[in-house]
Design a protein around this ligand. Structure first.
Ligand code: KG4
Ligand code: ZN
Length: 362
């Protein structure tokens, strides 16, 4: 069994690791995913990373329908696992325990329990957001070089997805403090809703980002919610409503040209990015962070990563974010986070693992 020993200095950690083979499982929303991760002396080898997306099925409803999602997970999970295993056998199973859709999570957790029971191997529950947080460690460059030991703590992590917008102070792997979060819509959800208003399809984030590339971000000045408050919370519901009112004003003129749609997308995206980057940099400064980490589905937004990278480097900090193929929900990140959890918590009995749809990171 793998051992880990923290031999870190104050702001830098270094782990001594041996080897482990992990099956990661993810089913918190509309992706059924399984991955096989091999870890040897801080080198991570992704042997298989299978993601079966239900997006096409939910597209016609304009969003994820929980009951439909759970049924799709039931159908997909065994073939997806079989494909990730390709005949290999793991020493550990890591499964997303929460947060997410209750019935979707239950499919992953019950399958993981069944496998852990029949293979007689340990099982660890993973917080989905912790998976997103460490996903950048699976980037090609970091994976092949020594990675964890180069990280400087504390770090300020911004996790942006379809269900969450959180600022997390990371003192070490497994030591987190939530310092800010959205009070209403998550940022990915706001992207999705704006796309829906513009009739652009689902999921909206990538489509809005696509139109924003050719639009004028200065055409409409949308509000920057909570930009000046002295906390680290966010709010995107008012911004979304502001887009709605703007569209309603324009509709009678029949002026929804593609140039106008692109300008709305660019102006909305600019407002979101200004709030996210400003508050993240401010939080990093207040908590004396040494680096900034970005993760979650919205980190696929190139304008956001570019902007945050620039601002982070301007204040002399390191910036880490996942490569695009790691930004969305996947099980490789769950396997890695499960590996870290196992180091911290040791063996836990699978009988005690419960789905927690509102699981907090700290
Ligand atoms: O992390 P994720 O795959 O699933 C959840 O855990 O929620 O995030 C999905 C969210 C969706 O709201 C999607 O529209 C958004 O990420 N997203 C983007 C982009 N790509 C995906 N948002 C903005 N820009 C993008 N390029
Ligand atoms: Zn996610």
């Amino acid at each position: 069994m793998t051992n880990v020993k923290n031999i870190g200095l104050k702001s830098q950690i270094c782990y001594i690791l041996t080897s482990m083979k992990i099956l990661g499982l993810e089913s918190s929303c509309d992706e059924t995913a399984a991955a096989f991760l091999k870890i040897r002396n801080t080198k991570y080898e992704i042997r298989n990373n299978v993601v079966w997306s239900q997006v096409k099925i939910h597209k016609k409803y304009g969003g994820v329908v929980p009951e439909v999602a759970a049924r799709q997970h039931v159908e997909a999970i065994i073939p997806v696992i079989e494909s990730a295993l390709s005949g290999m056998k793991p020493d550990l199973i890591a499964v997303t325990q929460g947060p997410g859709l209750m019935t979707s999570l239950a499919v992953g957790v019950q399958t993981a329990k069944t496998l852990a029971y029949s293979w007689r191997i340990p099982l660890v529950g993973v917080n989905h957001l912790e998976g997103h947080l460490w996903s950048f460690l699976l980037n090609h460059e970091l994976r092949i070089k020594n990675n964890v030991s180069r990280l400087k703590f504390p770090a300020m992590a911004l996790i942006v997805s379809g269900g969450h917008t959180e600022l997390i102070l990371v003192r070490d792997i497994g030591k987190y403090k939530l310092i800010g979060q959205t009070r209403d819509d998550a940022v990915g959800e706001a992207f999705d809703k704006v796309a829906k208003m513009l009739d652009l399809g689902y999921p909206g984030g990538p489509i809005v980002a696509h139109f924003a590339k050719i639009g004028n971000p200065d055409r409409i000045h949308f509000p920057r919610p909570m930009l000046e408050t002295d906390d680290f919370d966010f709010s995107f519901s008012g911004l979304k409503t502001s887009v709605k009112y703007h569209l309603e004003q324009m509709l009678p003129t029949g002026n929804l040209s593609s140039a106008f749609v692109s300008d709305v997308c660019a102006s909305f995206q600019a407002a979101v990015i200004e709030v996210l980057t400003t508050k993240t940099i401010r939080a990093a400064d207040k908590f004396k962070a040494q680096s900034i980490i970005l993760g979650g589905g919205v980190s696929a937004n190139e304008k956001l990563t570019k902007n945050l990278k620039l601002k982070t480097e301007n204040i002399g900090l390191d910036f880490y974010y996942p490569e695009k193929w790691l930004t969305g929900d996947n099980a490789a990140m769950i396997a890695l986070a499960g590996y870290f959890s196992k180091q911290k918590a040791g063996n836990k009995i699978w009988q005690k693992l419960k789905v927690q749809s509102n699981l907090n990171i700290c």
